[in-house]
Design a protein around this ligand. Structure first.
Ligand code: GLU
Length: 445
């Protein structure tokens, strides 16, 4: 494999798909060495095949807003790779959604899902629909119109969507209601469902919990305890919420959250009440965190900035791709941070990753750190198939065990000669090998 040539061809074929090309390049560079030790990969053109999605569905979503005006959005489902299981991955409703963002997310998902140890392929979907300021009725009508198109492409054995940015339990409920009406069946076709109709306990918390289990393991692997460590978190949605809950339970101090309007710094750290308040902020649908500082006097709000200037031990970006850049990484390193763990998908830019690895700071890539969300979706699928519910303790124990096994796979494939653990390399190689071997064994399809 020649990464430069492959990337050149891909750039020509998909011009301007910046996020997608960024994600592919990172993986190809990580796996190049191992790839070239496997002549069967080259003979089967695995690299050329694995970087292209199997197919992409694009559809118009027309709906009527509360004023009676007709709105038109674009919906997508990217079915990236199903070599090891049905396509699996979330739906993102966000103004920034394009084919490029969903292709990068579907590509990442393929390797992430392989890391979970569960039989899940990779997919992603969504829409450029912006939920900010929309009423409940508008959200419902949009979800119904979206599912009216999507339902024909998905199924419990084919493609199982879930939530992502802008899609939580409420949206999954509306999407599920329409699916069941059209398909005339009750199946585990979506994950992240409410408990009343097949959801799994711990799924709402899973991405954040899993990320903290992973970080704790990274630290303990170096003989460092999580207790008393300060953590900056970005975002204020479901993922940031779960991460804050578990980090505080382990004795760490979470001192920031953020939104599109700016960030909150609370030197006293978040307690149960403040963490709960994040959910109220989200439910208000205004997409702002400023009210947090009005509600809690110990907190200050900084407009239009990200939380990476705050001196902390650990940073956990939980918002969106490329939210932590090279300058942010340098600032965190200069301030003595010991660990940066991406909880958002591709939260760090390539410059940030380079800076962290060069400084030998612990860096956990999103596809490993945040895999607890989709892993628990996999556990929801299992429970649906068995038509029973596990207890919260059972699900949490399985989630914990999966995160430990992902961590250990990263260590196995990512430990460098000097002893530094390159988790990015480890995660990319471990995920890739599993999918690539399956593709070789299944022939050219
Ligand atoms: N959107 C989440 C992710 O990025 C969860 C996907 C799922 O549960 O299928 O992994």
């Amino acid at each position: 494999m020649n990464v430069a040539n492959l990337m050149m061809n891909l750039e020509q074929r998909h011009p301007g798909e910046v996020e997608y090309l960024q994600a592919v390049k990172e993986v190809l560079i990580s796996i190049e060495e191992v790839y070239n030790l496997h002549p069967e990969f080259e003979a089967n053109k695995i690299a050329e095949r694995i970087v292209e999605p199997d197919r992409i569905f694009t559809f118009k979503v027309a709906w009527v807003d509360d004023k009676g005006e007709i709105q038109v959005n674009i919906g997508y489902r990217v079915q990236f790779n199903n070599a090891i299981g049905p396509y699996k991955g979330g739906l993102r409703f966000h103004a920034s959604v394009t084919v490029s963002t969903l292709k990068f997310l579907g590509f990442e998902q393929t390797f992430k899902n392989a890391l979970t140890t569960l039989p899940l392929g990779g997919g992603k979907g969504g829409s450029d629909f912006n939920p900010r300021g929309k009423s409940d009725g508008e959200i419902m009508r949009f979800c119904q119109a979206f599912m009216l198109e999507l339902w024909q492409y998905i199924g419990p054995q084919t493609d199982v969507p879930a939530g992502d940015i802008g899609v939580g339990a409420r949206e999954i409920g509306y999407l599920y209601g329409m699916y069941r009406k059209l398909a005339r069946e009750n199946t585990g076709v979506l994950t992240g469902k409410s408990m009343g109709f097949g959801g799994s306990l711990i799924r709402p918390e899973a991405t954040g919990f899993g990320a903290v289990y992973f970080v704790k393991r990274m630290l303990e692997n170096q003989g460092i305890s999580m207790e008393g460590k300060t953590i900056s978190v970005s975002g204020f949605g479901n993922v940031a919420w779960g991460a804050a809950l578990k980090a505080v339970e382990f004795g760490a101090k979470v001192v920031t959250i953020s939104g599109p309007d700016g960030f909150i710094y609370d030197p006293e750290g978040l307690d149960a009440e403040k963490i709960e308040y994040m959910l109220d902020l989200r439910a208000s649908n205004n997409d702002v965190v400023e009210p947090f500082a009005e509600r809690f006097p110990s907190a200050t709000f900084t407009k239009g900035a990200k939380p990476w200037s705050v001196k902390v031990d650990i940073a956990m970006p939980c918002a969106i791709q490329n939210e932590l850049n090279g300058d942010d990484a340098k600032m965190l390193i200069d301030n003595g941070a010991i660990c940066i763990a991406e909880v958002s998908n591709m939260g760090c830019t390539p410059e940030a990753i380079d800076a962290l690895i060069e400084a030998r700071v612990m860096y956990g890539p999103g596809k490993a750190v945040n895999a607890g969300g989709v892993a628990t979706s996999g556990l929801e699928m299992t429970q649906n198939a068995m038509k029973l519910n596990w207890t919260a303790e059972e699900v949490d124990a399985k989630l914990h065990q999966i995160m430990m096994s992902i961590h250990d796979a990263c260590v196995e494939y990512g430990t460098e000669a000097g002893g530094y653990i390159n988790y990015m390399k480890g995660a990319n190689i471990a995920g890739f090998i599993k999918v690539a071997k399956s593709m070789v064994e299944q022939g050219v399809v």
